[in-house]
Design a protein around this ligand. Structure first.
Ligand code: ATP
Ligand code: MG
Length: 572
């Protein structure tokens, strides 16, 4: 597929010359920027908060928080004090010790971040959960990880099956007039009384940081453990990829229940001392544009599903807001369709920079950088210092333009350290003790750009041709009637598989046999005859994870009448 590359705009960027920097980059250079390089004693909360509170950034705003009822800001100094209070509270009202797992299960609020960083100051491993999880999902994750504590709200408490979780000893409740008992602690009551001085628990760089369960797009979520050392890559990508500068106002729209919401919601921006916006409440196009205008957001990190919804809300709406502060826009979580990239240029005059990574990689891995030309539809190039390749099932590197397994050479800084409770699952990711095999299918072009094709299991074999669902979905999205599309392979006695597309329509379009044929023709002409969906089924909406990923396995299970598997992460 021939695409028109969008050139970079001139400007000062941390990663000013990709090829030069990538040619010989050594991560120890980054380690030297941290206080623990010599002492060996590390704590994420110190690097992200206290270090700045003790510097010229003391009175710089660390956090802007806004939802329907609150509009608050906290400087790095105030964050230091509030997280110290939270740490004292957690410590004095529980038996929690270094390395214990504490889960966070509540809507976004400043208290969520006080608790998260308070727990980190104590040396706990933090497990963030989506507030929408139901009892089964909570039980699975707390049981799997032997969690000792959880912080939640009275509204969500009924979903925490305390009696069935023998390791769970303490529930911290964030709310009003909490009735305390021997395992329930009123968080707000004790927060304000707690001392704002705290001795940080110094850790080894290999000690645990966060335990994130994956999104569950392809199966039962896995508990991915990251070490403190992940901060090296999170910090450096905060500079190279987010391109964060001292004056930036940064907004990452991801919920902390998803790895993007921790690694890039707070860790990367705060490691680099950047002011961060957190917006509570639900997605709304007006609310989001207004947030950019009100806070003067300069760097904005979101996801394809959100950009597609904003696209659907219409270009006229964009003009009602002053979005002129925006300097750098990025996306993660799903393939970013070329159509969306072109839309970004058209309405924001900004290139949307796709970034590829996954819970297991702990930080951004393949990205588009502000100083580099973007080829719409491509994930970009590997982060300098990380070797990425396309390999076959034996681990041989494939030549450019050949579709294969997207693999990363083992040992990048923020690599997961464990799949909790499941060493054999962990081992199963690695091939020849050299390659981490991602489960995604891709190819690399002659210029070293990587192109996502689909999950390996989703790649379709039709009449002897390998078709990546992403290409078909992206073409479908260019059709004026199509708002969203999910494509699967459906077993067929003659062709091996046929392509079936599930399509949600834009407002003003109705399902019809003519429309089916029109869409089929559109893909045939624009892509290839063999890539046109033989079957199209219209849906009001597609099944998605809470992080906004289309769940093709659910579409497939519906289609083939198979069990749908774990649905804990599916949105309502
Ligand atoms: P599970 O592992 O439980 O099935 P998941 O893989 O969706 O869920 P995450 O770790 O949140 O869980 O997502 C990582 C996956 O998301 C990647 O493997 C890839 O398939 C997809 N992804 C992320 N970013 C991109 C991107 N920029 N382009 C294409 N795909 C992406
Ligand atoms: Mg995965």
């Amino acid at each position: 597929m021939k695409v028109e590359a969008i050139p970079a705009k001139q400007g000062e960027h941390h990663l000013h010359n990709y090829e030069d920097i990538a040619a010989n980059f050594d991560w120890t250079e980054v380690e030297k920027e941290f206080s623990w390089y010599e002492s060996g004693k590390v704590n994420m909360a110190y690097e992200a908060i206290d270090r700045h509170a003790e510097s010229y950034r003391k009175n710089k705003v660390a956090l802007y928080y806004k939802d329907q009822s609150r509009n608050e800001s906290y400087t790095f100094y105030e964050m230091k004090r509030m997280t110290n209070r939270a740490a004292n509270l957690l410590k004095s009202h529980s038996e929690l010790e270094k390395g214990d797992r504490m889960f966070i299960f509540m809507p976004r609020s400043p208290e969520l971040y006080f608790a998260m960083f308070g727990a980190l100051k104590m040396g706990l491993i933090v497990g963030p959960l989506f507030e929408a999880f139901m009892e089964g999902a909570i039980y699975d994750r707390l049981d799997d990880s032997d969690a000792k504590a959880i912080i939640t709200t009275p509204e969500l408490l009924p979903r925490v099956p305390f009696d069935r979780l023998p390791h769970l000893k303490t529930v911290f409740l964030v709310g009003e007039e909490i009735e305390e008992n021997d395992h329930t602690v009123d968080f707000m009551k004790h927060l304000h009384g707690a001392s704002d001085k705290f001795e940080i628990e110094w850790l080894d760089k290999e000690d645990g940081l966060v335990l994130h369960y994956t999104s569950g797009s392809t199966g039962k979520p896995k508990g991915v453990l990251h070490a403190q050392y992940a901060m090296v890559q999170q910090y450096q990508t905060g500079k190279w990829v987010l391109d964060l500068q001292e004056e930036d106002i940064y907004w990452c729209t991801a919920d902390p229940g998803w790895v993007t919401g921790t690694a890039y919601g707070v860790f990367a921006p705060w490691l680099t001392g950047t002011t961060t916006v957190i917006l509570g409440g639900r997605f709304s196009p007006d609310g989001w544009y207004k947030a950019i205008e009100d806070f003067g957001v300069t760097v904005w990190y979101s996801a394809p599903t959100a950009f597609r919804m904003l696209m659907g809300a219409g270009d006229a709406l964009v003009k009602e807001y002053d979005l002129s502060t925006l300097r750098h826009v990025l996306s993660v979580g799903e393939p970013l369709n070329p159509e969306v990239v072109r839309w970004g240029v058209q309405v924001f005059d900004k290139r949307i920079h796709d970034t590829w990574w996954m819970t297991e990689t702990g930080a951004q891995t393949i990205c588009n950088y502000p100083s580099m030309a973007i080829k719409p539809g491509s994930m970009g190039k590997p982060v300098p210092g990380i070797k990425v390749a396309i390999v076959d099932d034996q681990g041989n590197e494939l030549a450019p333009n050949q579709m294969g397994n997207l693999a990363i050479e083992k040992g990048w800084p923020s690599m997961m350290r464990q799949i909790w409770n499941n060493p054999s699952k962990y081992e199963s990711y690695f091939l020849n003790d050299k390659w981490y095999v991602s489960g995604d299918s891709a190819y690399m072009d002659e210029e070293g750009y990587f192109w996502f094709q689909g999950r390996v299991d989703d790649v379709i074999m039709t009449s002897g041709e390998r078709v990546g669902p992403f290409e078909v979905e992206s073409k479908l999205l260019e059709h004026p009637a199509v708002a969203e599309a999910g494509v699967i392979g459906k077993p067929d006695p003659v062709r091996g598989e046929i392509i079936k597309a599930f399509v949600a329509l834009n407002a003003g379009h109705e399902p019809s046999e003519e429309l089916v044929q029109d869409i089929q023709q559109f893909v045939k002409k624009g892509l290839a005859a063999h890539a046109a969906p033989k079957e199209i089924e219209f849906k009001d909406k597609l099944p998605k994870t809470r992080s906004g990923k289309i769940m093709r396995r659910v579409l497939k299970a519906w289609e083939l009448d198979l069990p749908t598997g774990d649905l804990s992460t599916m949105e309502d």
